[in-house]
Design a protein around this ligand. Structure first.
Ligand code: PHE
Length: 355
């Protein structure tokens, strides 16, 4: 962990071990330059606490650029609750409640919302003792699950990417493979079907697989066959790190555009896709819809329809990034980084000058 922290350019790491459940809790604060660090709380079992911390750090960095990309006044942070394999679901309420109390004790250095493995009802437990939480259930006055709004942004991004790649906005007949049919992938499928896409999907959870296969009659791709499956658009909507030295050479898609965070295992994987002429929609740009929705509706007083309009504009941001990448002869991830990092750097310098 020493090496991990040394190699990171973030601002702080806060950690705590929950004795009752043997859960490592990490909050990674990557940047306060643009505002209060804000990002989801992820709950899952990692191979080691080292992996959990690493995930939190990388996800926090992604949040910095996500907020910078949409020009919302928030900084980058993320929390990870690394539950042990033996975790008993009956312990969940206690764990989340203690986590919420911890956030309150930290005096708002980090604000949070739902992410992979957490739900609006978890957010309601946190809110009992801490106000800095987004995405509580709608019947409790919160904005609810951001997943459908992330999906809306991803859909707009897929449209923009198809326009870039095929010179046509029409999605009718395009084949799209959705990896992961959870809170983002599932609503994304509905939008794609409405637009006339030929949708295939993959997932690891048998209940979800049965549901999507049964209800929608979509063809299922075995998890190991996902990367080699021919399609126009591959939409990763599950975990990160799936675009790497092993999977990139297998890809038979023309576009990668999905909702997962940290899709590239390493920076050079973005270049590898570029070399193979696969158009990559930078993850923290295309998946910002949920973040826009939560902040806009719960914090900035926007109506849902104003937030939706802003989310659809993600497509335009992507088009700008693609144009910049083309003009400068760089890969799309690099182009997104230049945009987002530039904004963070400017804000950090301004802060320094004010001291
Ligand atoms: N976890 C989601 C994301 O990464 C949504 C979220 C955004 C949650 C901001 C909390 C705060 O975008």
């Amino acid at each position: 962990m020493e090496t991990l922290i040394k190699s990171w350019d973030g601002e702080a790491i806060v950690s705590r071990f929950d004795q009752e459940t043997s859960t490592w809790m990490f909050i990674a604060i990557h940047s306060t330059a643009l505002g209060v660090p804000t990002g989801g709380t992820r709950l899952k079992t990692y191979p080691t606490p080292h992996d959990a911390l690493f995930d939190a750090m990388r996800l926090a960095e992604g949040m910095t650029y996500k907020w910078a990309g949409v020009e919302f006044p928030r900084g980058g942070g993320k929390a990870v609750l690394d539950i042990p394999e033996s975790f008993d679901p009956s312990q969940r309420e206690g764990l989340i409640t203690r986590y919420g109390r911890w956030l309150a004790d930290l005096n708002g250095i980090f604000e949070t919302g739902p992410d992979l493995g957490t739900t609006p009802s978890d957010m309601a437990l946190i809110r009992r003792g801490f106000n800095g939480v987004f995405g509580c259930p709608t019947d409790l006055g919160g904005a609810g699950d951001p997943g459908p709004y992330t999906a809306l942004g991803v859909f707009s991004g897929i449209r923009a990417s198809c326009e870039q790649r095929f010179n046509s906005l029409d999605l009718n007949g395009r084949s799209v493979l959705v990896q992961g049919v959870g809170s983002v992938g599932r609503p994304l499928i509905n939008l794609l079907l409405e637009a006339g896409c030929d949708v295939k999907f993959s997932d690891l959870d048998s209940a979800r697989i049965d549901e999507v296969r049964g209800e929608l009659g979509l063809s299922f791709v075995e998890p190991e066959a996902v990367y080699g499956e021919p399609c126009d658009v591959f939409a990763p909507c599950a975990t990160g790190g799936i675009l790497n030295a092993k999977t990139n050479p297998q890809l038979k898609c023309l576009i990668v555009a999905g909702g997962a965070n940290n899709q590239l295992e390493q920076t050079q994987d973005g270049e590898a896709l570029h070399q193979r002429d696969i158009l990559y929609a930078p993850d923290y740009i295309i998946n910002a819809g949920g973040a826009i929705y939560l902040l806009a509706v719960e914090n900035m007083g926007w109506s849902v329809s104003k937030a939706e309009d802003r989310i659809v504009e993600i497509g335009d941001t992507l088009k700008d990034i693609y144009a910049h990448a083309e003009k400068s002869g760089i890969n799309t991830m690099k182009a997104a980084e230049e945009l987002a990092k530039g904004r963070v750097k400017q804000a950090a310098q301004k802060k320094l000058a004010e001291i």
